[in-house]
Design a protein around this ligand. Structure first.
Ligand code: UDP
Length: 457
């Protein structure tokens, strides 16, 4: 069905005036809440990754479908504007809750009651009423439950990361863990619907969180107009990369759980093996894309990785490019022979589908959403997380077997176009919201008392 027909069915007016500075009150208004993932932030740093991209892209795509979309986040910098208008009827609203500075996710929960109050004040001041609220990450999920105490609203949640899974893979469990696990369970059991971004995530929810509550699988997406197959020679020329080089690419944050160490050790191992007839080792080039701040933990992780690169003797063949915007990222994906996603865990993993959309084969850890996006042996190779030998073999195979790489290139791009475009994702979300809105109104007293009464001590 065309966008116009769908808008008509949903009751949106065709003559709605669209200006960049106003709210369109004739449209159904929905709120997206993303407490730490500022949709207007620069992505690629510790505090900004897939969640920021997801919320921003979904917000804009929902606005294009005819909604008024307000995306709420915590204000983390006094110089950031309170409201950023992204496109007609889609804006980011930054609420003051706690200090206007960076706060790690594990320390942010105490400021959430203030966030709820600020959001309610904004709604009153601007006379905004939301029919549905889609929350992102567990703290926003808690905020959603508090808001439903004040007015009836349909609640949809996307976890982005699950404590129950994360805590299995980290050595030190933070103090906030028990609170997070309890809230994640309450969200699943009390929300109108939880969106799992892959069958694997849905399975984790059922196995590790609760068997109660509604879930629906709607994947993440990518901007298929931006990430698309481009000429490799042209991309390399633009980026000043030798046409003969074998380029291994990493894109993402500097975080230990992203597994950059595994990738670097795998490349070191390919080198250590020495020359081989099928691969000219002098041509190997490891390109690492991602921002870091020397004063944050991502800066420390980058230093650790740089030291490892030096220890393995591959400094000459490794480029740390820094943060790259989505406008130039397609060049990097297109210039690469293989994109490696070595995460210890990944609920979805946007980088894999961005690379695939550009026709670049992916070697990824067989974890979480990567098991869903990457089709083993067709669009890439899946190997056990943290298995250096397996990563080294899979990377080498992708670089050497040109015929297979060529086939993977075509299948990857096709898979993304078919399943993972933002407009397709937004359409599925819109269908879900409409389905929920058609159901009888919710009562405001459905919440368990412990959620309602939560206060910071
Ligand atoms: N990203 C970017 N520039 C960079 C590094 C990363 O734009 O320098 C983007 C990347 O393109 C992707 C997002 O950050 O859209 C990372 O999302 P993913 O789901 O792979 O990982 P997360 O950060 O959510 O763990």
């Amino acid at each position: 069905m065309s966008l116009k027909n769908r808008q008509h069915l949903l009751g949106f007016t065709k003559t709605t005036p669209l200006t960049l500075s106003s709210v369109d009150r004739s449209r159904p208004a929905i709120a997206l809440i993303s407490e730490h993932g500022d949709p207007a932030a620069e992505v690629g740093k510790e505090a900004a990754g897939g969640q920021n991209v997801y919320v921003r892209q979904v917000g804009e795509a929902l606005a294009a479908l005819g909604y008024q979309v307000d995306m709420f986040t915590r204000k983390a910098n006094p110089y950031d504007p309170e409201i950023v208008q992204h496109s007609p009827c889609c804006r980011t609203i930054r609420l003051v809750a706690g200090p206007q500075s960076y706060i790690s996710r594990d320390e942010m929960m105490p400021y959430m009651p203030e966030f709820v109050e600020a959001l309610l004040r904004f709604q009153t001041k601007h006379s905004m009423t939301y029919k549905a609220i889609h929350t992102h990450y567990w703290m926003s999920g808690w905020v959603g439950m508090q808001l439903r105490r004040h007015y009836p609203v349909k609640l949809v949640h996307t976890y982005h990361s699950l404590g129950a899974v994360k805590y299995l893979s980290i050595p030190e469990i933070p103090a906030v863990a028990s609170q997070r696990l309890a809230i994640e369970k309450d969200i699943l059991e009390n929300y109108d619907c939880v969106v799992a971004t892959s069958p694997q995530e849905q399975n984790d929810l059922r196995q590790l969180v609760s068997t109660a509550g509604n879930t629906q699988i709607i994947p993440c997406g990518t901007d298929v107009d931006n990430f698309q197959v481009m000429s490799k020679p042209v991309s390399r020329q633009t980026l000043n990369i030798d046409p003969q080089d074998k380029v291994i690419l990493y894109v993402g944050r500097f975080d230990q759980r992203k597994g950059i160490e595994t990738l670097v050790r795998a490349v070191g191992q390919i080198y250590a093996k020495g020359d081989d007839a099928s691969l000219d080792l002098d041509r190997l080039r490891l390109v690492i894309v991602g921002g870091s701040d020397p004063n944050q933990s991502d800066g420390q992780e980058r230093l650790r990785i740089e030291a490892l690169v030096a220890e393995l003797g591959i400094t000459e063949r490794t480029d740390f490019v820094g943060m790259v915007g989505h406008d130039r990222l397609p060049l990097y994906y297109s210039a690469a022979d293989v994109c490696v996603v070595p995460s210890h865990y990944e609920p979805f993993g946007l980088v894999a589908i961005e690379a695939m959309a550009c026709g670049t084969p992916v070697v990824a850890s067989a974890v979480g959403g990567l098991n869903f996006t990457v089709v083993a042996e067709e669009t890439g190779i899946l190997v056990p997380a943290q298995d250096v030998d397996a990563f080294a073999q899979a990377i080498e195979r992708t670089l050497v077997d040109q015929l297979w790489a060529q086939k993977a290139r075509k299948k990857s791009a096709q898979r993304v176009l078919t399943y993972f475009s933002w407009s397709g994702v937004a359409q599925q979300l819109s269908d879900l919201y409409q389905e929920l809105l058609a159901e009888p109104r919710v009562s405001t007293d459905l919440l368990p008392a412990k959620m309602v009464n939560f206060r910071v001590s």
